[in-house]
Design a protein around this ligand. Structure first.
Ligand SMILES: *Cc1c(COP(=O)(O)O)cnc(C)c1O
Length: 360
């Protein structure tokens, strides 16, 4: 059998190490996983109740259109129902967009390092990847504009950017959108939107009427704490969404995911609490970095990228053996950094203590 050539150079996605595996390997009983930017406080208590009710319906397909969730989201975001596309995580929206727009005649522009799935899915579609290095952790939007030509189909802007936690401010994004040709889709991935505190962070949803080539991605996996259920969504021009819908798999989001997301939206107090705790958690890490003279990127997300000025696998391994799973920067394009998810106050304190022991 012969698979597509472009798959030969690809590796499957490398997630953070699973808890059970680390327990066994290092004979540990307690593991703290701060590797995948999951919510350390779980999800709203309303979610479990909603899921229990769905247990009676196991034999039935979910609603392929996610009508209830769609209605809830549309009201919550103040958009029309047909300006939404709902996916099996925002990962699936990325896949759908790539399937719908890219082929081996096209190219796509993105930052590097950024979230790996833009590149991954574009490679599978056979497209040329044009990567523009970050400048001091920030998107080089001007450099990205220079890479756009008549074969460019998609430009990706990850804001806050994974793995740096940096963001694109309102004026920079507006100037960028003004210059991108309307034939090129601009995807702004806002997976960490709920954690943002910067006052000049753009309210992108209000821009979709002016820019029909703009698509915003959000997810229930991070602040909403529903990563296991796989549900994310895109917001964009209704006509465009109608045109890409055939690339979406039928029944792509399951009953539990839909019901859980509906319940999660209802509990905005939970989101607000998590945001406040995340701000405090970030302060713990900033304080640590300043005390130990480590450089880091100020983060608008629930993770922080810290430069340890040595092979990141070494620091990663030292933490792992003590039961703390983080992400080594090696796989993320930052070979001397670690990306650490902001945990609870206690978890942050523990990991900071372990890091201090290691670097001193
Ligand atoms: C986590 C993450 C996603 C994927 O989220 P899912 O909805 O769980 O698929 C997308 N984009 C970025 C930048 C992320 O960090």
């Amino acid at each position: 059998m012969q698979i597509k050539n472009q798959l030969l150079d690809l590796k499957p996605y490398q997630p953070g190490k699973p808890i059970e595996e680390v327990k066994k390997e290092y004979k540990l009983t307690k593991i703290v996983k701060l590797a995948s930017n999951e919510n350390p406080y779980g999800s709203s208590p309303l979610v479990k109740l909603a899921i229990q009710q769905e247990l009676e319906q196991l034999a039935l397909y979910p609603d392929g259109y996610s009508a209830t969730l769609r209605d809830k989201l549309a009201k919550h975001l103040n958009v029309a129902e047909n300006e939404l596309i709902i996916g099996n995580g925002s990962d699936e929206i990325i896949q759908i967009i790539c399937r719908a727009l890219l082929n081996n005649q096209s190219n796509t522009v993105m930052a590097t390092p950024t979230f790996s799935q833009y590149r991954h899915n574009a490679v599978i579609e056979g497209a040329e990847i044009r990567e523009v290095p970050l400048i001091n952790g920030n998107h080089d939007l001007i450099g990205m504009l220079h890479q756009i030509d008549e074969n460019t189909k998609i430009v990706w802007v990850c804001s806050p950017n994974n793995p740096t936690g940096t963001y694109v401010d309102r004026n920079s994004l507006l100037r960028f959108l003004e210059k991108v040709p309307t034939s090129v889709l601009v995807v702004v991935d806002e997976a960490y939107y709920e954690y943002v505190t910067a006052e000049d962070f753009p309210q992108t949803i209000s821009l979709i009427n002016n820019y029909p080539n703009l698509m915003i991605l959000r997810t229930f996996s991070k602040a909403y704490g529903l990563a296991s259920l796989r549900v994310g969504f895109g917001i964009g021009n209704a006509e465009f969404i109608k045109n890409i819908e055939p690339a979406r798999a039928p029944f792509n989001t399951n009953r539990f995911a839909q019901a859980a997301a509906v319940a999660a939206i209802e509990d905005q107090d939970f989101i607000e609490k998590c945001l406040q705790l995340n701000i405090k958690g970030l302060q713990q890490f900033y304080h640590f970095c300043e005390e130990c003279k480590l450089s880091y990127y100020p983060s608008e997300a629930n993770f922080i990228l810290i430069d340890f000025k040595r092979d990141s696998d070494e620091v990663f391994q030292a933490l792992l053996e003590k039961g703390y799973i983080v992400r080594s920067g090696n796989a993320l394009g930052f070979p001397t950094h670690l990306r650490i998810t902001i945990g609870t106050e206690q978890q942050n304190q523990e990991i900071i203590e372990r890091l201090k022991e290691f670097i001193h």
